[in-house]
Design a protein around this ligand. Structure first.
Ligand code: ADP
Ligand code: MG
Length: 379
C-alpha cells in the first residue's frame, strides 16, 4: 500500500472519519558545507522522501498522535508542562509550542503519520517531521498567516528547545521551501535565497551512507569554528564570507598552518557554490561534478573533517567514473552525495556495496533521490 493510503486507513481505524493530509520532505545539500556559520552559502533541495501526516482538529485542548513507523502513541496538552516523554513526539509538541510562543493558534488535534525519509542518515527526517506539522498547524489553525521563513524557524527552535540539537536553519529551510526540479542557494548571512533549476537529465543523485559515525573526543566541530573565527578576527571582518584568498595569503605567516588551511577551505567553498550555480544555469553538469570532488578534497585535506570510510567511498566513485562525489554533512561519518551518469549506476552501487563491505565489514545504505517539493498539503 502507498504511504498515503496506509496513513488514511490507519487514521480512519484510530480516529474515525477523515483528516487533512500534509507532507514535507527530507533534503540534500549539493554543495556548501561548513559554510553556514561562516556567513557563506548553502545549496540544498528537498527530496522525494517525505513525512506525511493525516490531521484533524478534535475540539479539545489535547493532541493525540500515532506514529505508524515507530508504532507508538502519544497524547499531550499544549502547555509547556505537557511535554511528552517519547522523543519522536517531542518534535511535534515542540512545533506546537513554538507556534504558540509566536502568538499563533494551536488547538487539540488527532494525527497519524509515517514517512520514508531514512532516520539519522543525513537526510534530515527530523526537519521533514517538523515542517510537516508546522505547515499543517499554519493551514489548520492560522489561515496560513505564518510566513514560510517563520515556519522554518519554528522547526529550528523545536530542535534547539525540545530536542537538544543545536542546528542551523538549512534543513528546515530546505524542507519548507523545497521546489521540484530546483535547488536553493541560501545566503546564510542575509538569509536571501534564490531558486536554481536542477534538471540532471541522464544523471541520478545517489546518497551512499557509510553508516559509521566517529565520535571524536575533542569536539572537532568547535575547533573548526574557532579557527574560522580567529582568522576572521585577524582580518578584521565578521566572518570569512568577506575574505578572499589574497587577504588570507597576506596574513599567512601570522597564523598557524592549521588555521590557514581551515580558512582556505571556507573561502574556496564559498566560491564553489557560486560556480556550481553558474554551471547549473548553463546546464554544465561536468563542472558541477568537478566542484563536488574539489569540495571533498577540501573537506578531507584542508578542513580535515573526513574519515577513512568517506575517503574510500569518494575514491571508489572517482574510480567508477562518477561525475561528482563528496561528503554531505558535517563529516566524520555519514554519507557521500554522488552525481552519477545513469549508465554507471548499476556498477557504482554494486561496487559501493561489495567493496565497502569487503573493507569495512558492512554494506553502506544507498538511496537514490529526486529533487521534489517541500512542505505542502496533499490532495
Ligand atoms: P535526521 O538526520 O534523520 O534528521 P535526527 O536524529 O535529527 O536524524 O532525527 C531523527 C528523529 O526524528 C527520530 O529519532 C524520530 O524521533 C524522529 N523521526 C524521524 N522520522 C520519523 C518517522 N518516520 N516516524 C517517527 N519519528 C520520526
Ligand atoms: Mg535531524
Amino acid at each position: 500500500m502507498e504511504l498515503k493510503e496506509t496513513i488514511e486507513k490507519t487514521f480512519a481505524e484510530r480516529f474515525g472519519e477523515k483528516g487533512t493530509l500534509y507532507a514535507s520532505a527530507g533534503r540534500i545539500n549539493l554543495i556548501g558545507e561548513h559554510t553556514d556559520y561562516n556567513g557563506g552559502f548553502v545549496f540544498p533541495g528537498a527530496i522525494d522522501k517525505v513525512i506525511m501526516a493525516d490531521i484533524r482538529p478534535n475540539g479539545t485542548d489535547r493532541v493525540r498522535v500515532y506514529s505508524i513507523d515507530i508504532d507508538d502513541y502519544a497524547e499531550f496538552g499544549l502547555t509547556e508542562a505537557d511535554a511528552p516523554s517519547q522523543s519522536w513526539a517531542r518534535y511535534i509538541f515542540g512545533v506546537c509550542r513554538e507556534v504558540i510562543k509566536r502568538g499563533g493558534k494551536v488547538e487539540g488535534f488527532d494525527a497519524v503519520f509515517a514517512g520514508n525519509v531514512p532516520l539519522g542518515a543525513g537526510l534530515s527526517s527530523s526537519a521533514a517531521l517538523e515542517s510537516c506539522f508546522a505547515f499543517a498547524l499554519n493551514d489548520l489553525f492560522n489561515d496560513n498567516s505564518i510566513d514560510k521563513f517563520e515556519l522554518a524557524r519554528i522547526g529550528q527552535s523545536t530542535e534547539h528547545n525540545y530536542c537538544g540539537v543545536n542546528c542551523g536553519i538549512m534543513d528546515q529551510f530546505a524542507s519548507v521551501f523545497g521546489k521540484k526540479d530546483h535547488l536553493m542557494r541560501l545566503d546564510c548571512r542575509s538569509m536571501e535565497y534564490e531558486y536554481f533549476p536542477f534538471h540532471p537529465e541522464g544523471y541520478s543523485l545517489v546518497l551512499v551512507d557509510s553508516a559509521v559515525k566517529h565520535e571524536l573526543a575533542d569536539s572537532p566541530y568547535n575547533k573548526r569554528r574557532q579557527s574560522c573565527e580567529r582568522v576572521a578576527k585577524r582580518l578584521g571582518i565578521d566572518t570569512l564570507r568577506d575574505a578572499t584568498m589574497e587577504d588570507l595569503d597576506a596574513i599567512r605567516t601570522d597564523i598557524t598552518a592549521e588555521d590557514y588551511f581551515r580558512a582556505k577551505y571556507v573561502i574556496e567553498e564559498k566560491q564553489r557554490v557560486l560556480d556550481v550555480c553558474d554551471a547549473l544555469v548553463a546546464g554544465d553538469y561536468d563542472t558541477v561534478g568537478r566542484c563536488m570532488y574539489e569540495t571533498h578534497r577540501g573537506l578531507s585535506k584542508d578542513y580535515e573533517v573526513s574519515c577513512e570510510e568517506l575517503d574510500f567511498l569518494n575514491d571508489l566513485a572517482r574510480d567508477c567514473g562518477v561525475t561528482g562525489s563528496r561528503i554531505m554533512g558535517g563529516g566524520f561519518g555519514g554519507c557521500t552525495i554522488n552525481l552519477v551518469k545513469n549508465e554507471l549506476l548499476p556498477e557504482f552501487t554494486a561496487r559501493a556495496r561489495a567493496d565497502f563491505k569487503a573493507r569495512y565489514g558492512h554494506e553502506p545504505k544507498i538511496y537514490e533521490v529526486i529533487i521534489s517539493d517541500g512542505a505542502r498539503r496533499v490532495e
